[in-house]
Design a protein around this ligand. Sequence first.
Ligand SMILES: Nc1ncnc2c1ncn2[C@@H]1O[C@H](COP(=O)(O)OP(=O)(O)OP(=O)(O)O)[C@@H](O)[C@H]1O
Ligand SMILES: [Mg+2]
Length: 394
Amino acid sequence: MTSAAPTSTATAKPDDDAKIAVSLRGLWKTYPGSSKPAVQDLSLDIRDGEILTLLGPSGCGKTTTLRMVAGLEHPDAGDIYFGAQAVVMTAKRLFMSPDKRNVGMVFQSYAIWPHMTVAENVAFPLQARHFPKNEIKDRVAKALDLVGLAGFEDRQGPLLSGGQQQRVAFARALVTEPRVLLLDEPFSNLDAKLREQMRVGVKLLQKRLNIAMLFVTHDQIEALSLSNRIVLMNFGVVQQQGDPRLLYEAPSNEFVRDFVGRTLLFKGKVQSSNGAGQLAIALEGAPDCVVFGRTYHPDGIASGAAVYMGVRPEDVEILPANGGAPPAGTIGGTVQAALFVGERIEYQIEIDGQGAMLLYGERHRPIEEANKVWLKLRPDGHSAWSSNWSHKDE
Ligand SMILES: Nc1ncnc2c1ncn2[C@@H]1O[C@H](COP(=O)(O)OP(=O)(O)OP(=O)(O)O)[C@@H](O)[C@H]1O
Ligand SMILES: [Mg+2]
């Protein structure tokens, strides 16, 4: 049965700030029959005009969170506010029904009704709320115009492409002028090119409407490119929240580091620490390569400790070696395999003292297999992680 007595770390009512569209405070949800919570102590604010993305692997609780905001699931503990108005207060047994919350939803499946025309589909939520006929007509026209489907009013649903059907779903979600737009993997049924177009379309739509959007995806490119802020979850627990650059450049734990983008892990040894989390690290296998990175370990990492330096692949430049020892700031290696993948060349490189890694090189400067290379790392901006690999001198 339900587990973990829910306790909330943040039950305070949000500030009476008109800019905050939706606040979640200390939400917990365990499904009946499950031993683990699907969502644990989740708190976040979504502001007007902001795309906030819930990102994370399958089963981490993204859809559950969205459904709690929509009123389709009851949280076990915690509160939800729309602006300053409480729509859920579990302690007071307050639960506003979904039809009173005025949220717009778009799912992975287009879910438009095949027996209706485009205009009838979009008008449906307004008819259900008994809007006057004239207003329905105006609002439907405006919503279709917003998603670029003006002129498609009389087309039947099945006669539209997948991308057009999804735009109808967007228009239908927007037609009630919702407080928040909830998007659950809305592009995952579309092909890659169409996804790109829809991404740009949503970004432009958000600019025009200044609406709050809660967007769910497990696609990190989608999350990085669309979001004002990302909340990265794993097993129902928030791992880090912040703007996309923060998660990419300053991951606060190993899960974030490995989930968002690719990271190369270089073995190294701490030379010095400035006490503010910045470490100078000498790379293993390089005579003269010291780079700087930040540690998020609460106690820091001591000088002399063996560490892993987390380096983004695009922060390494591959240079042809011209004999002798690698120059300062570089580490040597040998190309084992070169794979032309179109926009770049991917090299499997056996790196001195490190092992094999996959690195990216420019397609205009190809390097043959079996050639020696020098790898030039950006001097700073990396991340440092404690490790228990054994330094060869120890
Ligand atoms: N109706 C339900 N009954 C029981 N367990 C459920 C139910 N819905 C979801 N779960 C479980 O709750 C956890 C979170 O599910 P959720 O659907 O929120 O994940 P998600 O992050 O949206 O995953 P995905 O990326 O696969 O859509 C999972 O372990 C899932 O199996
Ligand atoms: Mg889901």
